[in-house]
Design a protein around this ligand. Structure first.
Ligand code: NAG
Ligand code: NAG
Ligand code: NAG
Ligand code: NAG
Length: 397
């Protein structure tokens, strides 16, 4: 009787399973899920217990989904992992953490994965927000932030190793509060950089944590362009980048006369060449882009070369205008010559008149000349006589 009873139930159950095709042989959920911050709060650690009631020959894995919001999550997971252990940790600087853990079969017959177990964790109140950095030159960057609480004694600590942070030495102040820091001499571009900004609020320590992949925050000054003519080519040469030279592309933007601007990729030596048109003014700009991460320079200020010249116009000038101008000049010249011909071509005095002058006026003219010359001779004599004679003579040789 008893066996029959159980057989009956088993058949019902089995057929239900078979009919609905949906009641799965689900694995049990993990148990006692906990989340915690590490001491410096750069990482979250999660622990759980293996679900009780697992069959002995059943091996399972755990799938972890990490969301950066409160549970239950709406957005997609930031990261996912599958692990064998019953704990896991990872770096994060988000303010809200939600974690879901699911038991999934490894070698466990036809068992299906468990329902997910959720847990969340919030970061304690921070001291600053909007933490941004700019890597602007080799081994140099500056980071800035906005204060969110009235904390005092703000300090920044930073480093590529979260367990070994250095203090900021060059703060950027706005009024009486520290709002930024200039940082030097670190291998910022290689991995993540860890930052703590801490202070005291109402006598208690308070801090904010940030993790930044600095290679995504590169912003340099635009390169400088030199334009030179090389035969029939015009060559644009830019100053090379100051660091990680293999990581940069230079893109030229140039305009010739009034044509549309064109793009041109710089070569390995940061230069580019175009055919030169002497009748055109060239306007050239360049922008550098960082490929080993994210970054660029802004577009450089324009550099110019040559002048716009209308060659057809100059042809017109030579073939039409110049002859007209020349003819006008000739006409004017002729008119002027006619008007002033008496002055320009004085009448040649008749030889008879000349001889008359010679014989009649010669004496008078000679006397006049002599009279004019005498006063100058007098002046010279006077001047010399003013100087002490002896001294003058001694110096002269
Ligand atoms: C979960 O924690 C409770 C109380 O600490 C404990 O009794 C229980 O055994 C734990 N579960 C597992 C599967 O270890
Ligand atoms: C898994 O299910 C199939 C049919 O769905 C069955 O043939 C197989 O024996 C089952 N395997 C185990 C290990 O239970
Ligand atoms: C970097 O420093 C300059 C000059 O002090 C400042 O104007 C700028 O906002 C800073 N930017 C960042 C993101 O640190
Ligand atoms: C900030 O952190 C440093 C290093 O951990 C510590 O020496 C300092 O006292 C902290 N500042 C405040 C105001 O808590």
């Amino acid at each position: 009787m008893i066996f029959g009873y159980w057989d009956f139930h088993f058949i019902i159950c089995f057929s239900l399973v078979f009919l609905t095709d949906a009641v799965p042989d689900e694995l049990p959920q993990p148990e006692n899920l906990t989340l915690s911050w590490s001491t410096k709060r750069f990482s979250v650690t999660t622990n759980w217990n293996k679900p009780s009631g697992l069959e002995a020959d059943c091996t399972v894995l755990y799938e972890i989904h990490f969301y950066s919001e409160k549970c239950p999550p709406n957005a997609a997971a930031v990261e996912k992992w599958r692990v064998k252990n019953v704990n896991h940790w990872w770096y994060t600087d988000v303010n809200e953490v939600c974690v879901s853990i699911t038991t999934i079969p490894d070698k466990c017959g036809n068992k299906t994965q468990s329902k997910s177990l959720l847990k969340d964790l919030s970061r304690p109140q921070g001291v600053v927000k909007d933490f941004t950095c700019v890597y602007y030159s080799d081994k140099k960057m500056n980071c800035t932030w906005t204060i969110i609480s009235n904390a005092s004694n703000l300090q920044l600590f930073y480093g590529t190793n979260p367990t070994n942070l250095k203090p900021c030495v060059s703060y950027n102040d706005t009024g009486s509060t520290r709002t930024g820091c200039y940082l030097h001499d670190e291998k910022f571009l290689e991995g993540d950089t860890f930052f703590i900004v801490n202070g005291t609020l109402k006598g208690l320590p308070i801090q904010s944590n940030f993790i930044r992949k600095i290679s995504n925050f590169v912003k340099i000054m635009p390169p400088k362009i030199r334009i030179t003519r090389n035969g029939t080519l015009l060559r644009f040469q830019s100053s090379p980048p100051g660091f990680n030279k293999h990581c940069w592309n230079y893109e030229y933007l140039y305009r010739k006369c009034d044509e549309d601007a064109k793009n041109l990729r710089g070569d390995d030596d940061w230069s580019a060449s175009v055919d030169y048109d002497e009748a055109c003014r060239y306007t050239v700009q360049v922008q550098a882009t960082y490929n080993c991460g994210k970054g660029n320079s802004s577009m450089s200020l324009p550099e110019y070369y040559g002048e716009n010249r209308d060659l057809n116009w100059s042809l017109k000038v030579t073939s039409i205008v110049i002859p007209i101008v020349v003819s006008c000049c000739l006409i004017v010249a002729l008119v002027l010559i006619r008007r002033h011909k008496d002055y320009l071509f004085p009448k040649i005095p008749e030889p008879s008149a000349m001889f008359k002058d010679m014989f009649n006026g010669n004496k008078d003219k000679g006397l006049e000349d002599a009279k004019l010359y005498v006063p100058t001779e007098d002046m010279v004599e006077k001047k010399i006589s003013l100087e002490p004679e002896i001294t003058f003579l001694h110096i002269e040789p």
